[in-house]
Write a protein that binds this ligand. Structure first.
Ligand code: CP3
Length: 387
């Protein structure tokens, strides 16, 4: 495999002509020895010749080829069929030429595999038949053994990694976010019952979060062993907490997850939405990279986190729906703010389903062209920006 003039790994050979029936047509080349992929170097906080780019939720409904697969199988059926899940994992790499693949699965899948009656309901999200609200309910959440309960996940990783010439990111749900689905019984705007248990029944809360941390550790260790080269913990909804509550009620379990996979040596990304005030705590959990949503200017995140932690983000996902001139200017602004040292370009949250794949493809090209040799913007007071 060649390394291009900008140092990136060459796209996999003939990716675009490969069908589900003949995945073996994909190249099995990896990066040349000694040339660690851009994504991994950026995760380690290194200065890179070009900012790497991938998108949270890059596989899924924004891609017509995913919608085609989805006609034949529902989300969990895809996840439980390694050939299909690997195919869907590779789709955005082919079409968008992003610098990393992310495993196709769902944060709630290990819960279903650990005994929870859970469905993904169209237009709603994950719905749990019998929410967990007492110590007796908690018994329904069995310990999770990936080899026994969800062997198809590691198999998906193995198939996808064999086809890829760039890193595959594994992932797990963060403890607050999974606890919220289990306690509320489905998506919630206020997370009121969740916070009620957290404040009112701290011992039960702690047991639940520790059980969820153990599920995440088992799942991530299995994905890494199968070949995932980086992992992301999605604690998507934890931004509803203030720093004191996060520190007292979530940080111990988050630390448990990060330290539970530390020996495996892969970069660990920690992400949540609306977490501007929590960024230092997300890092303190043990992350190498902190995901930043679109509300926080990257230089502000850098000032809060210091130079040791890499940043991932943070284009507003809704900008992908804007005219290209508007979008391009904002992509450049993210590159300017993030700089080339320890920055991974991404959206500030997942790709919206109505996003055109062409917009995503143009973003990747724009990052390739403009993501070289940038100095991060220094943090400045907002007054100095004239606002
Ligand atoms: O490229 C990828 O990121 C795809 C793999 C992936 C999925 N879910 C597949 C999926 C990943 C990384 C996730 C993570 C996930 N799942 C998160 C964290 C990321 C975030 O967005 O904050 C969360 C909170 C969930 C829970 C979940 N699963 C929700 C809220 C939904 C409904 C979303 C919707 O828009 O309807 C799901 C279903 C789901 N997971 C879909 C996909 C592609 C869409 C449903 C479908 O195809 O039937």
């Amino acid at each position: 495999m060649g390394i291009t003039s900008d140092g990136s790994c060459r796209a996999v050979r003939s990716l675009s002509v490969v069908s589900i029936e003949s995945p073996a047509g994909l190249s099995t080349h990896g990066c040349d020895a000694g040339d660690e992929p851009l994504l991994l170097r950026a995760c380690r906080g290194e200065h890179v010749e070009r900012v790497p780019v991938w998108f949270m939720r890059q596989a899924g409904r924004s891609l017509p080829e995913y919608r085609d697969v989805r006609k034949r199988a529902d989300l969990f059926e895809i996840c439980r069929t390694p050939e299909l899940a690997a195919e869907v994992t590779l789709q955005p790499v082919r079409r968008l030429d992003v610098d990393a693949a992310i495993l196709f699965s769902d944060i709630t899948l290990p819960l279903a595999a650990a005994g929870i009656d859970l469905a993904i309901v169209a237009g709603v999200g994950p719905v749990i038949a019998e929410p967990i609200r007492s110590a007796a309910d908690l018994r329904r959440l069995r310990p999770f053994d990936p080899d026994r309960d969800a062997p198809y996940v590691a198999e998906t990783v193995r198939i996808a990694v064999a086809e890829l010439d760039r890193p595959l990111i594994g992932f797990a749900g963060g403890p607050f976010t999974l606890a919220s689905y289990l306690i509320e019984g489905g998506p919630s705007k206020t997370h009121a019952r969740t916070r009620q248990m957290m404040y009112g029944e701290p011992l039960l809360w702690r047991r639940l979060l520790d059980a969820l941390a153990d599920i995440a550790i088992a799942s991530l260790r299995s994905q890494i062993t199968a070949g995932a080269q980086a992992v992301q913990i999605f604690d998507s909804w934890v931004g509803v907490l203030n720093p004191d509550s996060y520190r007292d009620f979530v940080l111990p379990s988050a630390r448990r997850i990060f330290s539970g996979i530390a020996d495996l040596g892969v970069p660990r990304i920690h992400f949540g939405v609306g977490t501007g005030e929590l960024l230092p705590l997300l890092a303190a959990a043990g992350a190498d990279v902190v995901g930043v949503d679109w509300r926080v200017p990257l230089e502000r995140a850098r000032a809060r986190l210091g130079a040791e932690i890499a940043l991932q983000g943070n284009l507003d996902p809704a900008l992908c729906l804007a005219p290209w001139e508007v979008l391009a200017e904002r992509v450049t602004a993210v590159l300017d703010r993030g700089g080339n040292t320890g920055h991974i370009f991404n959206l500030g949250h997942g790709v919206l389903p109505e996003t055109s794949p062409d917009a995503l493809r143009r973003i990747v090209e724009h990052v390739r062209e403009h993501g070289a040799s940038r100095q991060a913007t220094a943090d400045v007071e907002w007054d100095a920006l004239g606002v």
